[in-house]
Design a binder for this molecule. Structure first.
Ligand SMILES: Cc1cc2nc3c(=O)[nH]c(=O)nc-3n(C[C@H](O)[C@H](O)[C@H](O)COP(=O)(O)OP(=O)(O)OC[C@H]3O[C@@H](n4cnc5c(N)ncnc54)[C@H](O)[C@@H]3O)c2cc1C
Ligand code: SF4
Length: 427
């Protein structure tokens, strides 16, 4: 059987591994290690914070090693997951179909989404057990005409304990993440190698012959008949650049800004994260206890139980890039204007909740949806393959997204990865 190397085990990589194993002999190369959720109480970290021991977001890696933090500028940090399951293990479980921009290119993913809804449980059942603070916020959103909708979540949410730790890794195995697809691939014979950082694709005579990677301290060449890159929006462009294939400076990241206030004993941090959402034109609004700001932003000094926070998530301008020399990404004038618009609405929500103006504070701008640097175009609508790539090298992750979504992309990435896999099964 022909050999396929899949780089990365997140939303895109695990999907391709599951779909291709059996058609190819699949080996997944994953830079990170096994994922383990954070096992301690948030209150314990609150103590470390009080003693001044938490001051830099990068320290989150000592708490949840899967977190990778980069600083894009003084005002924005970039986040992704490194480890089995990629960023899906630290996601908040939101499950939306967002293929409007792909449809506009002539790409119909109906069949892929049908498969996804058969394979991944998606539900709003968590709504039945929302805590009082969430129900009250929902009413405020309704009163303001923001048309909030319960957020569809992936996983067995009838078992959700509403502990609010989704982004630290679900300790109760409720939330779906891509390790379930990876396991299916392994049960079907796929091999998974962790701690294996792919540096570049080796291209000879116009074909990919394999990849060069660091496995621990050792350098390895992994030969392959087919290479699929799914190292995520921050990983895949770097590997391509190292392989002599530049991408486009169209990096988008969906920045998040939390607007928070003092609401004594509201205990928002103990409910499911992002329980509902309001869709505005370029932003979404959702209740969100921002752990990174809480641990590391000096403005978040209150006790966790006394903080009420709303997130603004923005579909940012597709402008920026990442390569082995670093990342270039800042908020544009338009990005700032849209965040500002969201801030005014959030302030009014918190005011209606009883938070006074002088008790408001902002979170750090945090962005965790990287992608878009090798965007699909009308030309690639059928092949899902850019002319820039050798014929046996494919990309199957957020790098393919044609536009920033400003919304949770996992299901759409899975759908794109399924389409890539179908194409590869038939060549
Ligand atoms: C805190 C947070 C919460 C989120 N919540 C949601 C949510 O609720 N719903 C939603 O839809 N989206 C959510 N997202 C976004 C979503 O998780 C990502 O957009 C999605 O997982 C990206 O899929 P991907 O396949 O492109 O990359 P990833 O899932 O990031 O997978 C990439 C994989 O490649 C590996 N890798 C990277 N470089 C290399 C290399 N050189 N060699 C080998 N392996 C490599 C990484 O370790 C990783 O395992 C969230 C993101 C964050 C940060
Ligand atoms: S609220 Fe707790 S139990 Fe529910 S999905 Fe999130 S981490 Fe898991």
């Amino acid at each position: 059987m022909k050999k396929a190397i899949v780089v990365g085990s997140g939303a895109g990589g695990a999907t391709v591994a599951k779909e291709l194993q059996g058609h190819y002999d699949v080996t997944v190369l994953e830079a990170g290690k096994e994922f383990n959720p954070f096992g301690m109480q948030v209150e314990w970290l609150e103590k470390l914070r009080r003693y001044g021991l938490l001051f830099d977001e990068r320290e989150i890696q000592f708490i949840v090693p899967a977190y990778k933090i980069r600083r894009a500028s003084d005002e924005m940090i970039l986040v992704n997951g490194v480890g089995l399951g990629g960023t899906t293990t630290i996601c908040t479980g939101n499950a939306l179909r967002l293929d409007g921009d792909l449809k506009a290119l002539g790409i119909d993913l109906d069949a892929e989404f049908e498969e996804i809804y058969r394979e991944v449980p998606v539900t709003t059942v968590h709504q039945k057990k929302w805590h009082k603070v969430t129900r009250q916020l929902f009413s405020v959103f309704q009163e303001m005409g923001l048309e909030p909708q319960p957020m569809p979540k992936m996983g067995e949410y009838e078992r959700c304990l509403h502990c609010g730790r989704c982004q630290l890794g679900c300790p109760h195995g409720v939330k779906w993440d891509s390790r379930r697809f990876l396991q299916a691939a392994q049960e079907n014979g796929a091999q998974v190698i962790t701690n294996c950082h792919v540096e570049r694709v080796v291209i000879e005579g116009g074909r990919a012959t394999g990849v060069r990677a660091k496995n621990g301290w050792a350098n390895h060449f992994f030969p392959a008949d087919l290479v699929v890159l799914a190292a995520g929006g921050f990983g895949t462009p770097v590997i391509l650049d190292n392989s002599g294939i530049p991408c486009e400076a169209r990096l988008s990241v969906d920045p998040v800004l939390s607007v928070a206030g003092r609401a004594p004993n509201s205990r928002q941090y103990k409910d499911v994260t992002m329980p509902f959402v309001s869709n505005l034109e370029h932003i979404i609004l959702s209740p969100y206890f921002d752990h990174l700001s809480f641990f590391f932003n000096q403005d978040w000094r209150l006790h966790a139980g006394d903080i009420l926070s709303i997130m603004i998530k923005l579909a940012d301008d597709e402008l920026g890039s990442i390569s082995s020399t670093g990342v270039e990404k800042t908020l544009t004038v338009q990005d700032r204007a849209r965040l500002h618009e969201g801030m005014e609405i959030c302030k009014e929500i918190l005011r209606r909740f009883g938070v006074s103006e002088d008790e408001l504070f902002l979170g750090t701008v945090i962005a965790g949806h990287p992608g878009g640097m090798l965007p699909l175009t009308e030309n690639d609508a059928l092949s899902f393959h850019s002319d820039r790539l050798p014929e046996n090298l494919y990309v199957a992750d957020a790098t393919l997204l044609p536009r920033s979504l400003g919304k949770p992309p996992i299901l759409t990435i899975i759908a794109m990865a399924k389409r890539v896999s179908k194409i590869l099964q038939n060549i």
